[in-house]
Design a protein around this ligand. Structure first.
Ligand SMILES: C[S@@+](CC[C@H](N)C(=O)[O-])C[C@H]1O[C@@H](n2cnc3c(N)ncnc32)[C@H](O)[C@@H]1O
Length: 147
């Protein structure tokens, strides 16, 4: 079947399907990135709007943030932050699950990056020289999901 003939799967349905199975979908793998630690790459081309991976299930605090520093063995936990110019995906709340969807077409091997939604980050601070692995808390703001 050609790419043109292939029926497009509804991304929201796709996200629900993989969240229910509680496993990562195929088409992504983990890689090491300089100064960032682990991250996630695609193993093939993806289209704008596609579902990528689920990020985190629960644990929002009063400020509308989650702490994603806890290892959960899933790829979504490893997706790094990107600036507005760098990002290629965006987080949406589907039911109770945070899911990443493509904001543009992306090529094979590209790193998944989304905006964590905060104003400053420890790794950007000129006064903070902690190695990546010493960041004990990784807050991700959910406030932008409500707008
Ligand atoms: C949710 S984890 C992402 C996976 C992480 N790279 C790892 O190896 O466990 C968030 C942490 O990754 C690192 N990180 C994420 N985005 C980064 C960026 N753009 N530059 C440098 N470090 C980043 C920071 O240490 C942050 O606390």
């Amino acid at each position: 079947m050609s790419r043109k003939d292939r029926k497009r799967v509804n991304p929201i349905e796709e996200s629900r399907k993989w969240s229910e199975k509680n496993i990562d979908p195929p088409g992504f793998n983990r890689s090491l990135f300089e100064n960032k630690g682990r991250g996630v790459r695609t193993t093939g081309r993806r289209n704008a709007g596609d579902f990528f991976v689920s990020v985190y299930r629960k644990g929002y605090n009063n400020e509308g943030s989650v702490d994603a520093s806890e290892e959960d063995g899933r790829l979504g936990r490893l997706v790094n932050h990107g600036s507005k110019k760098e990002i290629n995906c965006k987080m949406k709340l589907i039911g109770e699950v945070l899911c990443l969807f493509g904001t543009r077409d992306i090529h094979e091997g590209e790193e998944l990056l989304y905006d964590y939604g905060l104003k400053s980050y420890p790794w950007n601070s000129k006064t903070n020289h902690l190695p990546v692995r010493d960041h004990s808390v990784c807050p991700i703001s959910l406030l932008h999901l409500l707008t």
